[in-house]
Design a binder for this molecule. Structure first.
Ligand SMILES: O=C(O)CCC(=O)C(=O)O
Length: 233
């Protein structure tokens, strides 16, 4: 696992050509209005597949939770995405000590040609609300990195790190992408709760029993799912 900066990892050749082709094909069923991947049996299997869970576990440790998974094929002429971060939480979490990560996957790669993912590693320890960095739009920032993400690669980023999507040299082509997010338990995560509640019906036929979808155990509310899971080894 190559570290590009603290909290940013690039794993080249993580997926086979067949896997990236299958991802692209299944993404074509996604709509811009609802990007959740949980509706798809193919993506539910991917989310709990041992290689994906193993990478998440390597960074987050044994006790980890699924957070959300989204993906779509951006159509030609797609919009840039402003600087932001994706760390979900409301309770005080001074040092972001309860980690959250995003696994970013680009079946056709992400580059200066089809639109790079731009990352600001020095933002790792800043604490602002998620949309606050948007005041900088997608402007170049000192210290940003713009990794060449080839098809088949997996890029992992700690979710509090600021990032944006910029137009590449050709914004008139489609751009498939997906991301899968995991977190450590320990704090309340409102977005996660919403995602699991909304998609509970899809989570009863998981191919692998896992604790990934359990309650965060933080609030007194009923567990998100009543089913008892065991953590896969
Ligand atoms: O499209 C991209 O490369 C980035 C998407 C993104 O920033 C996000 O989903 O949070």
């Amino acid at each position: 696992m190559k570290s590009l900066a603290p909290g940013v990892y690039l794993l080249e050749g993580f997926f086979t050509n067949d896997q990236t082709a299958a991802m692209r094909s299944h993404l074509s069923n996604q709509t811009m209005g609802d990007r959740s991947l949980l509706k798809s049996g193919y993506f539910r299997e991917l989310i709990v597949s041992p290689p994906i869970v193993a990478i998440a576990r390597k960074i987050l440790g044994k006790k980890l939770l699924f957070h959300h998974a989204n993906g779509v094929i951006l159509p030609p002429g797609w919009p840039e995405k402003l600087w932001h971060h994706d760390y979900d939480g409301v309770s005080p979490d001074p040092a972001r000590q309860f980690k959250m990560i995003h696994l970013m996957i680009y079946p056709e790669g992400a580059s200066e040609h089809n639109g790079p993912l731009v990352i600001l590693p020095s933002s790792r320890n800043t604490r602002v609300v998620r949309s606050w960095p948007g005041r900088y739009q997608t402007r170049p920032m000192a210290g940003e990195i713009c990794p060449l993400i080839k098809p088949g690669s997996l890029l992992v980023i700690e979710s509090q790190i600021w990032h944006c999507r910029r137009h590449g040299s050709n914004p008139d082509i489609s751009r498939p992408y997906l991301n899968i997010s995991f977190c450590q338990p320990g704090i309340e995560r409102p977005e996660r709760r919403q995602v699991l509640t909304r998609h509970a019906a899809y989570l009863t036929d998981l191919p692998l029993d896992s604790g990934l979808f359990a309650s965060d155990g933080v609030t007194d509310e009923r567990p998100v799912l009543q089913r008892t899971f065991t953590t896969p080894e």
